[in-house]
Design a protein around this ligand. Structure first.
Ligand code: CAA
Length: 384
């Protein structure tokens, strides 16, 4: 066993850190306030190869391991979680499933531009459409229907809370084909956003990750060629679960980054702010907070890297990714709240960043499976 990062991993970490500081930090407060999608940042991330980090080079990806992805997600999330959620969805919820399960023809058509994040010089990213108004945690309860019409399907229904909802060019849509078969009657389709019958709802006005592009998507008699179904008939729910297991590593790494971003700011502030005649870092009340933050962050980091290592080594990572996600997201919420406390009144205003990180942390306990869902997965796995 060894804990050192490789030369390549260190290089990726540094590239992500530089990118976060140089490209994401300027304007992050304004983008949050105006709920502005960070299009310029995502476009530059694509040029850096970070939108298809783990995709094989022959499909336009960077061919890196999952640990590198975790490191990059952490660095970018320290600064702007609205950028990193877009990156996470494209990498692990869209590119991964298409690379793993789609046909060669589907990969050439969709994966190549998705992994590059660009097509004809324009942004080209994807979204994962599973959640519905009445199907969040209860994901098998799909109401969106895909009616089999021979050489095509007709999609009807509504998807909710869709990250990259308006900015994506391609949607992976999960829909019910045969309700009598339950989770085995669900399929997944690659659907181009400009297909007639698709309507994008208004952007959600959110507590955190306000720059990210979250919308409802409505389908009315949307015709999708059978050639755009991924996998065998009825594969859609398994596809969603397998994809989410990897997605949860990405969100765990995002939560880790939000926590470490707030922690680094709390350390810096406590060494500069004076109270009762000394730096507040010299007061044990503050030191104990910093010590607990550092310890929990390190534990979250190890869980993330462990899950990434299992994924890269062909070991079932369903359990480890849920453990990483529940622990990292709860750490993010706790650490960011404490970071605001360390900053006192300054923590409560926007200029010091930690209030935004605290707002951003909350969603990591909700999306890609709530903390409660992660505990279901963990509980079932350990009792099986
Ligand atoms: N891999 C393969 N198959 C799996 C699986 C996995 N990880 N998990 C479940 N399955 C299979 C089961 O074996 C079962 O098959 P059988 O009927 O043959 O046994 C079938 O799928 C149904 O599974 P369950 O009976 O376990 O289903 P359930 O109704 O009890 O639900 C659940 C399980 C874990 C709660 C699941 O519904 C779930 O993960 N819910 C959360 C959904 C979620 O994460 N949504 C996030 C939305 S995406 C998002 O947030 C993206 C974004 O924009 C940021």
């Amino acid at each position: 066993m060894h804990f050192e990062l490789s030369e390549e991993q260190l290089m990726i970490q540094k590239a992500a850190r530089d990118f976060a500081i140089n490209e994401c930090l300027p304007g992050v407060i304004e983008r949050d306030e105006k709920q502005q999608f960070p299009k310029e940042q995502i476009s530059k991330l694509a040029d850096l190869g970070f939108m298809g980090m783990m995709v094989e080079e022959k499909y336009g990806g960077a061919g890196l391991d999952t640990a590198s992805y975790v490191l990059a997600m952490e660095e970018i999330s320290k600064v702007d979680a609205s950028v990193s959620v877009c990156m996470s969805v494209n990498n692990s919820l869209v590119c991964w499933g298409v690379e793993k399960y789609a046909t060669e023809e589907q990969k050439q058509r969709y994966l190549v531009p998705l992994a590059q994040g660009k097509k004809d010089g324009e942004l080209y990213i994807g979204a994962f459409l599973l959640s519905e108004p009445e199907a969040g945690s209860d994901a098998t309860s799909q109401h969106t229907t895909a009616e089999d019409k021979g050489d095509h399907y007709i999609l009807n229904g509504t998807k909710n809370w869709i990250t990259n909802g308006n900015s994506a060019s391609v949607y992976l849509v999960i829909a019910q084909t045969d309700v009598s078969k339950g989770s085995k009657g669900i399929n997944v389709f690659i659907v181009e956003k400009n297909t007639p019958g698709i309507t994008v709802g208004a952007k959600e006005n959110k507590l955190g990750i306000r720059g990210s592009d979250t919308h409802s998507i409505m389908f009315q008699d949307v015709k999708v060629p059978k050639a755009n179904r991924i996998g065998e008939d009825g594969f859609g729910f398994t596809f969603a679960m397998k994809t989410l297991a990897g997605g949860r590593i990405g969100i765990a790494a995002q939560a880790l980054g939000i926590a470490s971003g707030a922690y680094e700011r709390a350390v810096a502030y406590s060494k500069q702010r004076k109270a009762f005649g000394k730096e507040i870092a010299q007061h044990q009340a503050i030191q104990f907070k910093l010590a607990d933050m550092a310890t929990r962050i390190e534990a979250a980091r190890l869980l993330c890297l462990r899950a990434a290592w299992e994924k890269d080594n062909g070991i079932d990572y369903t359990l480890s990714s849920s453990m990483a996600k529940v622990y990292a997201s709860e750490t993010a919420m706790w650490v960011t709240t404490e970071a605001v406390q360390v900053h006192g009144g300054y923590g409560f205003v926007k200029e010091y960043h930690v209030e935004r990180l605290m707002r951003d942390a909350k969603i990591t306990q909700i999306y890609e499976g709530t903390s409660e869902v992660q505990r279901i997965v963990i509980g079932r796995s350990i009792l099986k």
